[in-house]
Design a protein around this ligand. Structure first.
Ligand SMILES: [Cu+2]
Length: 114
């Protein structure tokens, strides 16, 4: 039915989706809060000034982003609540700086009940 098309991550997100552009600069994200409603098809599009691995907790989505291009996380906001997106590794896997397992919260995703 109509809903099936909306669930496709490659479909046109304009009708039912929420696209948010997020920019990471100096290890800080702008915006640092994204609010959506339960059932939304959410796309977070990331631009970063250094390589980083992102982890959306709760939904458990990981994404590696490099400065060369924007990368997207697309998912259905099925669970309500407040979920952190953490930077698990700044600087990329090859340099592998050891910051003592530091995980920095870049932003919060808030999913409100419908
Ligand atoms: Cu994490």
């Amino acid at each position: 039915m109509m809903l099936m098309a909306a669930l496709s991550p490659w479909g046109d997100a304009a009708a039912t989706g929420r696209l948010t552009d997020i920019r990471i600069e100096h290890r800080t994200a702008e915006p640092d809060l994204v609010r959506v409603y339960q059932g939304d098809i959410v796309t977070l599009r990331w631009l970063t000034d250094e390589p980083v691995t992102l982890h959306l907790h709760g939904y458990d989505i990981e994404l590696a982003v490099t400065p060369s291009k924007a990368e997207e996380m697309t998912f259905e906001a099925f669970a309500t609540g407040r979920f952190p997106v953490e930077a698990h590794q700044f600087g990329g896997s090859e340099e592998h700086h050891d910051h003592g397992g530091e995980e920095k919260t870049l932003l919060y995703l808030e999913v409100l009940p419908e």
